[in-house]
Design a protein around this ligand. Structure first.
Ligand code: PGA
Length: 250
């Protein structure tokens, strides 16, 4: 399976900064991208600029957030038709910052996954335990709950459109990545759960690791069984470090 390396730019970069970073990535990662798939997730205000900068290349455009309804009185929200209109093809759902800072629960994350699939956008469902949950031995239970709830109602024939990202909350933005062994254990658990849900159709679902991924740890993480790519935050904001991570994947 071709690995996917995704850059989550979070609430960083103005339009000029985003355009510059996208242009640098286009120069360093020209089409065809054979060894890995690459996607970037800029802030809403930069989506149109980045779409233009990525035109004609193989790097795809994602959005960090959206509302599951198509339109309506949802002040401050952005819908999937709006994202399709600017050229977005992937979306994040269930990122830990959305869950724990903005209070999105499993049921809402599930609505987002189903809405994304309905619009033929490719969702990346993020799951992961907090530090107290890991210390209390609840990692497997938390990941199973988030995964089963997030995927409720997704038919097996849509499995190929889905990506899962395991992002232990204690590793996000902390500089403290999960060891390959810790990541490997959870990734294997996720693969088993997906196989249980979707049988053989689950084999093609990529499971990304995210949480303090850097050029220095990316190769080892990517060698870990069932790690099929990386979701990168901080290290995706500089072309040099992101490109080194992409090269580690291929
Ligand atoms: P980080 O963020 O690489 O800065 O830890 C990862 C993420 O939140 O997706």
């Amino acid at each position: 399976m071709k690995p996917l390396v995704a850059g989550n730019w979070k609430m960083h970069l103005d339009r000029a900064g985003a355009r510059l970073l996208a242009a640098e990535l286009m120069r360093s990662l020209p089409a065809p991208l054979d060894a890995a798939e690459v996607a970037v997730f800029p802030a809403f205000t930069a989506l149109a600029e980045v779409a233009a900068a990525l035109a004609g290349g193989d790097i795809t455009l994602g959005a960090q957030n959206f509302h599951p309804e198509n339109s309506g009185a949802f002040t401050g929200e952005v819908s999937l038709p709006m994202l399709l209109d600017v050229g977005v093809t992937r979306v994040l759902a269930g990122h830990s910052e959305r869950r724990h800072v903005f209070g999105e629960d499993d049921a809402f994350v599930n609505r987002k996954v189903l809405a994304a699939l309905k619009h033929d956008l490719l969702p990346i469902l993020c799951v992961g335990e907090k530090l107290d949950e890991r210390e209390a031995g609840k990692t497997a239970a938390v990941v199973e709950r988030q995964l089963r709830a997030g995927l409720k109602g997704v038919p097996a024939d849509r499995a190929g459109d889905l990506t899962v990202a395991y992002e232990p909350v204690w590793a996000i933005g902390t500089g403290l990545n999960a060891t390959p062994q810790q990541a490997g254990e959870v990734h294997q658990q996720i693969r088993k759960l997906l196989l249980d849900l979707w049988k053989e159709g689950a084999r093609g679902v990529r499971i990304l690791y995210g949480g303090s991924v850097k050029p220095e740890n990316s190769r080892e993480l990517l060698k870990t069984p069932e790690v099929n790519g990386l979701l990168v935050g901080g290290a995706s904001l500089k072309a040099d470090s992101f490109v080194r991570i992409v090269r580690a994947a291929g």
